[in-house]
Design a protein around this ligand. Structure first.
Ligand SMILES: Nc1ncnc2c1ncn2[C@@H]1O[C@H](COP(=O)(O)OP(=O)(O)O)[C@@H](O)[C@H]1O
Ligand SMILES: C[C@@](O)(CCOP(=O)(O)O)CC(=O)O
Ligand SMILES: [Mg+2]
Length: 340
């Protein structure tokens, strides 16, 4: 028995980070996917292990089923129809399983993805031998939601043959889930995202599961079909970052400056709401398409706070020279010896 799934990455147009703290955010799926193929071993395969192959990173992991069964202090074989959070005890068991893999230092970021895999697999499928192959068109850790598309694709493949969803198993080609089944896939994916991100808002897994453009606030989504055809130029700076650490950093700033951050989040909420109404409003002629594009550009600029970069670029294009200088530093200083 084999099943394949694919789930798209995302781009957040407005509201990134603030959405974790209850502001509205607007996100769109992008046509770059994570693919999961799941093959259950049959008795004739004479195979009693769970294998995970991560194609992009050329890493393969294998656990004897007896090892996985023994690792979990609490039975993880739950009802696949009831998404559950990973308990502290089970998280410890998973951490021990992942530690034994001796993942190379340079690829240690994958440990959270492997942990999410182990939780979703053992919760939804219990202790069945299988091979799971993951490939992705998304760069990992670059803000395009690779973690969510990984969790959504995994949840979809793992649920496909269970009684918790009803799919036409004879269908040829890509098949969508019905509304209720999609909700279940999304809830399981969110449990995986929690393991990778710590405190996700749920927007990434939701837009990956449902596709299109969504407006999202505190777990509630509004679907949008944009009347403006939008294309995004995405640049990968290749500067590594880790969403879990960034989200935690914003949370800490919120604790240090609650009043200020409340205003920031409220401003971001208004930006996202305005963007939502622009995207939803009808576009009768070419002129209003241009007007809309200009408004969207301005809102995204306010959301990202990139105005300074833009002013610098414009001034420099006119031949001026700009300096970004820190202010209020110390006065005169002297140093003897070799100058550096
Ligand atoms: N294809 C994949 N295979 C294994 N792990 C993955 C895959 N895609 C994402 N992940 C997990 O998600 C992490 C990246 O998630 P994150 O820091 O949220 O960045 P983003 O979601 O923006 O790509 C990776 O370090 C890894 O743990
Ligand atoms: C920063 C945040 O708003 C989006 C995270 O997206 P990504 O994992 O960086 O692609 C966090 C969240 O909404 O859970
Ligand atoms: Mg992510």
């Amino acid at each position: 028995m084999e099943v394949k799934s694919r789930a798209p990455g995302k781009i957040i147009l407005t509201g990134e980070h603030a959405v974790v703290h209850g502001s509205t955010a607007v996100a769109s799926s992008i046509d770059l996917y994570t693919y999961v193929s799941l093959h259950f071993s049959t008795p004739s395969d004479n195979e009693d292990s769970l294998k995970l192959k991560l194609q992009e990173t050329a890493l393969e992991f294998s656990w004897p089923i007896t090892r996985i069964r023994a690792a979990f202090p609490e039975s993880t074989a739950q009802l696949s129809s009831t998404p559950n959070s990973c308990s502290v005890e089970n998280a410890k068991a998973i951490a021990a399983l992942v530690e034994e893999l001796n993942i190379p230092e340079a690829k240690l970021g994958l440990a959270s993805g492997v942990s999410a895999f182990l939780w979703l697999y053992s919760s939804i499928q219990g202790f069945k031998p299988a091979t799971v192959v993951v490939t992705s068109e998304l760069p990992l850790g670059s803000g395009l939601g690779s973690s969510a598309s990984f969790c959504v694709a995994l949840a979809a493949a793992l649920l496909a043959y269970t009684d918790s969803v009803s799919l036409d198993l004879k269908h040829q080609g890509w098949l969508s889930f019905g509304e209720k089944d999609l909700e279940l896939v999304n809830k399981w994916a969110f449990e995986g995202e929690k393991i990778i991100h710590g405190k996700p808002s749920g927007i990434d897994n939701t837009v990956s599961a449902y596709g299109n453009i969504i407006s999202f606030k505190s777990g509630n989504l509004t679907h949008m079909k944009s009347s403006v055809p939008l294309k995004m130029l995405i640049t990968n700076t290749k500067v590594g970052r880790n969403t879990k650490a960034l989200v935690a950093g914003v949370g800490e700033r919120m604790l240090r400056h609650p009043d200020i951050m409340a205003f920031v989040f409220s401003a971001v909420d208004s930006i996202s709401n305005e963007l939502t109404s622009i995207l939803k409003s009808p576009t009768p002629d070419e002129l209003s398409v241009t007007e809309k594009e200009e408004k969207i550009e301005e809102l995204m600029e306010m959301n990202q706070g990139t105005v300074v970069d833009k002013v610098v670029a414009e001034l420099e294009s006119c031949g001026f020279q700009c300096f970004i200088a820190g202010i209020g530093g110390g006065g005169v200083e002297i140093s003897f010896g070799v100058s550096s």
